[in-house]
Design a binder for this molecule. Structure first.
Ligand code: GLC
Length: 427
């Protein structure tokens, strides 16, 4: 069973929050072909720059973003302050290539940070180390040491601004270290400086080097780590930045990812690419709010949970736990009145269909739990949740812990032997 790793008090908000909003937004949104259109289509860099400077998202309203995010149940948000194209969304002294100096004449990062903080959400800043405009980044320190060190100073100065001028930042989310290394960047020095500036900050694991950082960030997949982690996922099929004609994952698919992360003891950082005009795409808002409504009723099974997967449950859905409570998040509702849960050894005190606030009859026969009185009709179009209050921490027997692929295989042999002579098979 997955349990959340012990984390210092100052970082508790992260595993407790479980659900973050990732925002990929910059002048690339105007192309409507993802955040990497400049590079992937190897566009003319001068033309791109001219378009970027003219980009003016008049409908950027981070107060509305934050209200939507809050309603949708997100507990924190991470904004791309600069992506690989090098355009800065804040008022930096290091370059004029920013929203503050170009058409918008606004410090988008400040507005974001203020709005999200005011809404009670934690704030994270994404920062791409890589900048496609700088040859030295790709040639490295060997070719032109001076160009390299001025490039590095530039990065350091920008990070310093972001972590000095915007109050407490909860998470810094580096990306794009390729093809450089932690050594090239003097990553240890950068980390030391970040800790000085923001003693409580979380630093993700993309500064290069093995296992660096405070948290894991599996991308496009959900894989548990033995430290705090968040899986970053697109809400569309493929791209992070706004993309015209992109396909959208359904709300049940998005919720399913959140439940899977929670059950494996991690977070979901769910991405949206706001439109060029600054609005969140309506397709996203609809889905996010549907999940938010589900969380209003079922959030106790997600937030602050200790992971789950207590017993084998893949035939029905996911499990999470909070202290002595086991939650069954039912992906597949079969409409039958009774649900049998095998392998739970802890005495059960109470069972409730959380979705309907309805107590349910139950009986425990040895290590089998039978829950009765379930409605034929699925009580929510998303995942119904059954809340099982136990007398202690929900614990499974050996079968529940080891499943098919772990532990002593003779356990399976004993079970197979129970067929006796009744079925035709060899010994
Ligand atoms: C990848 C992509 C980048 C995106 C990031 C999000 O590193 O290069 O475009 O921002 O994933 O995790």
């Amino acid at each position: 069973m997955t349990r959340s790793p012990t984390v210092p008090e100052k970082w508790r908000w992260f595993p407790e929050g479980r659900y973050g909003l990732f925002l990929h937004w910059g002048p690339y949104a105007a192309y409507g072909r993802g955040e990497q259109v400049l590079f992937r289509e190897h566009l003319d860099p001068c033309e791109y720059e001219a378009n970027a400077c003219a980009w003016r998202p008049d409908h950027y309203d981070p107060v509305l973003w934050a209200e939507t995010a809050k309603k949708a149940g997100f507990k924190y948000a991470v904004l791309t302050t600069r992506h690989h194209d090098g355009y800065c969304l804040w008022d930096t002294a290091t370059t004029d290539y920013s929203s503050a100096k170009q058409a918008p004449q606004r410090d988008f990062v400040r507005e974001f940070v203020d709005a999200f903080r005011a809404a009670g959400l934690r704030v994270g800043l994404y920062y791409s180390l890589l900048d496609w405009r700088v040859p030295a980044w790709f040639e490295g320190p060997e070719v032109d040491a001076e160009a390299w060190s001025s490039m590095r100073d530039y990065v350091y100065a920008q990070v310093e601004e972001l972590l000095t001028d915007y109050g407490d930042i909860d998470l810094i989310w580096f990306d794009g270290v390729w093809p450089r290394t932690r050594e090239d960047l003097a990553g240890d020095r950068l980390v030391a400086r970040i800790r000085e500036l923001q003693p409580n900050i979380l630093i993700n694991n993309r500064l290069g080097g093995k296992d660096s950082g405070d948290l894991g960030t599996p991308e496009h997949h959900i894989t548990a780590e033995d430290r705090i982690w968040e899986s970053c996922q697109v809400s569309t099929w493929r791209l992070w930045g706004h993309t015209i004609g992109e396909r959208w994952r359904s709300s049940e698919k998005l919720l399913d990812m959140l439940c899977e992360c929670a059950s494996k003891g991690g977070n979901l950082l769910l991405n949206v690419g706001p439109q060029a005009d600054g609005q969140l795409p309506p397709e996203f808002v609809t889905r996010a709010l549907e999940i938010g409504e589900w969380l209003d009723t079922h959030g106790q099974a997600i937030y602050g949970n200790d992971g789950g997967d207590v017993t084998e449950f893949i035939t029905r859905g996911w499990q999470t736990t909070v202290d002595n409570t086991l939650y069954l998040l039912i992906r597949f509702w079969d409409g039958r009145p009774t649900l049998r849960l095998a392998d739970l050894v802890t005495p059960v005190e109470r069972v409730e269909l959380l979705t309907a606030g309805q107590p349910l009859a139950f009986e425990q026969q040895g290590e089998e739990l039978f829950i009765h009185g379930l409605p034929r009709t699925q009580p929510t179009p998303l995942f119904p949740v059954i809340k099982i209050t136990c007398a202690g921490r929900p614990t499974a027997n050996q079968w529940g812990r080891e499943r098919l692929w772990n532990g002593d295989p003779t356990r399976v042999a004993e079970w197979a032997r129970r067929r006796g002579e009744t079925v035709f098979a060899t010994k």
